[in-house]
Design a protein around this ligand. Structure first.
Ligand code: SF4
Length: 289
């Protein structure tokens, strides 16, 4: 079972009456020398790493490489526990978890690059918040991860997930599209609705530049992971409500890549533009020289 475009993936889902996650598993089986059990085992390992990476900053005080971030997940949780959260428990947890994974990443802890280290908070942030809030099984979350992998594969094959190549829209934007599609499947939506959610997520973050202060994956990367997770949630809600998107995912992926290719090098991970070039950003940069 093979696909190179979202339209082909959707066709396979329709013809075989399968969710995206199952088509992705069968694609792995067709292209690798592994058994279904081994594939599930490998993904379970990733899920366990994700679970631990969202909890570590709540239990331990973390020292990040640049010291520009640290303690954000706990701050959000503390406020949540006081009953003061503005956004409700699902969104607050998705936000807190996604910020926490970036704390672990920048302290050289173990994370799952999904699809990259810089965007590693988006998918676990949202999927694990959903698991808790809706009491979902690990099997359901694993299916979400296989679904996200299929969308990630399309993004990598037909565009890029590299901030250096196509800006933060390719990193956090891609992670958000993957999380949006996964959420739709986990919450019982159709493959078509997954595609709408992914396309809208990418659309919402189109043009986002890559501008890490001092060249560190801390600011604005951490808060953008929170945006990626909450954007995915909103897009999934829209798709599950029956809202479609006039731009199919394949076109949106191509569009994101073409926008990325027009970005000047200053806005593609060189830390020479955007937030990195603000007076305060430059001050932080000089500390590390
Ligand atoms: S700003 Fe750049 S380094 Fe930071 S998350 Fe986005 S793409 Fe990655």
């Amino acid at each position: 079972m093979n696909f190179n475009y979202a339209s082909e993936l959707l066709q396979l889902c329709k013809e075989n009456n399968l969710p995206i996650s199952e088509v992705m598993i069968r694609r792995e089986l067709a292209n690798t020398d592994t058994t279904r059990e081994e594939i599930i085992q490998k993904m379970t390992k990733s899920l366990n790493i994700m679970k631990s990476s969202v909890k570590i900053p709540l239990e331990t005080s973390i020292k990040t490489m640049g010291g520009l971030i640290g303690g954000e997940e706990k701050k959000i949780f503390d406020r949540f526990k006081e009953g003061k959260s503005l956004t409700g428990s699902l969104t607050t947890k998705a936000l807190a978890y996604s910020l926490g994974v970036l704390e672990v990443n920048t302290s050289m802890g173990t994370i799952v690059a999904s699809p990259t280290a810089g965007a590693s908070g988006v998918i676990p942030g949202l999927l694990l918040a959903l698991q808790e809030e809706f009491n979902l099984s690990d099997e359901c979350v694993l299916n979400g991860l296989f679904n996200a992998s299929a969308i990630g594969y399309l993004l990598m094959r037909n565009a890029s997930v590299s901030g250096a190549e196509a800006g933060c829209q390719a990193e956090v934007g891609s992670a958000s599209a993957m999380a949006a599609a996964a959420t739709v499947e986990m919450m019982g939506g159709t493959p078509e609705q997954c595609m709408y959610a992914a396309s809208t997520a990418l659309q919402n973050l189109l043009g986002l530049v890559c501008d890490p202060v001092a060249g560190l994956v801390e600011v604005p990367c951490q808060s953008r992971n929170g945006v990626g997770a909450t954007n995915a949630l909103i897009c999934a809600e829209m798709a599950l409500s029956g809202i479609t998107n006039i731009i199919p995912l394949d076109e949106m992926i191509e569009c994101m890549y073409s926008v990325g290719k027009t970005m000047p090098s200053e806005l593609r991970e060189t830390a020479l533009g955007g937030c990195a070039k603000t007076p305060s950003g430059c001050k932080k940069c000089s500390i590390f020289k």
